[in-house]
Design a protein. Sequence first.
Lengths: 138, 138
Amino acid sequence: MSSSGASGTHSRIRSDHATELAEDYVEAIAEIAESSGLCRAVDLSRHFGVSHVTVSKAIGRLVRDGYATTEPYGPIALTSKGQRVAKAAKARHEIVYQFLLALGVSEKTAQTDSEGLEHHVSQETLKAMQDFMEKEEG
Amino acid sequence: MSSSGASGTHSRIRSDHATELAEDYVEAIAEIAESSGLCRAVDLSRHFGVSHVTVSKAIGRLVRDGYATTEPYGPIALTSKGQRVAKAAKARHEIVYQFLLALGVSEKTAQTDSEGLEHHVSQETLKAMQDFMEKEEG
DNA sequence: ACCGAAGTGTAGCCGATGCTACAATTTTAA
DNA sequence: TTAAAATTGTAGCATCGGCTACACTTCGGT
Ligand SMILES: [Mn+2]
Ligand SMILES: [Mn+2]
Ligand SMILES: [Mn+2]
Ligand SMILES: [Mn+2]
């Protein structure tokens, strides 16, 4: 454990949290657009269980940061940057989810836990999870 | 993956985030108090890499919620509730940390990743991690 | 074509978590 | 003892992510 110089660690956690919501949003937008042709604010409102105002403001931040575009009363589209982030987030999420299943947890728990864990897994840990799954079945 | 009815999942994530900072604070307070006899705001400021004002406000919330006590210009002490939460958080943190090491991750990465992951691990997943470690050496 | 329902936008509020600047207190050292 | 350094408090500000209430636009059914 040690705990010496923990401030760098915590600053990474804070930075993870700052990008977490954007990752979940672009992933959801991509998913919804793929399954139903296009993504509307109301879809995200239902998906996340928050008000349409909360979604509207989140979309505003996504647009501001170059992840998405919209027009008044129109659907939400991802920019190429948004698509890239969505793809990466989905891939990482899927690895964490499959890893939890391989560890022996239930589907329901794997789904819930992976939604929170995915944003705090480094490349090194992700690689270790993949190695574990390969060894599992090989 | 499925994604049907994901709003319950996300509401748990939001709730995890709400308790995350309190958990890290009480854990740090217990740790610092044990190693140096008492915990001051400046210790937490250095530990987390944030300003002393940020610490002061966080402590105010801890006091409001019954986790800690203070007096003006005095040190910070945990209530019994705070001690209980600190102990549980530390135990869970340690399991996640050791699990990452058992997975084959470096100490540095295990330390950083476990700091973020710990708050999103359910009891079921924690148990699966322990089972894995037992099997590892058993 | 119209009217109601659904979806979206805007105004205004809140709490949490971060900051700087400055004031007050306490501790340390000369 | 007293002056400087360290620590803590307070005022004021910002962003994020949540909400309700109300206005506006768009869509669908008759
Ligand atoms: Mn995800
Ligand atoms: Mn997620
Ligand atoms: Mn911890
Ligand atoms: Mn933590």
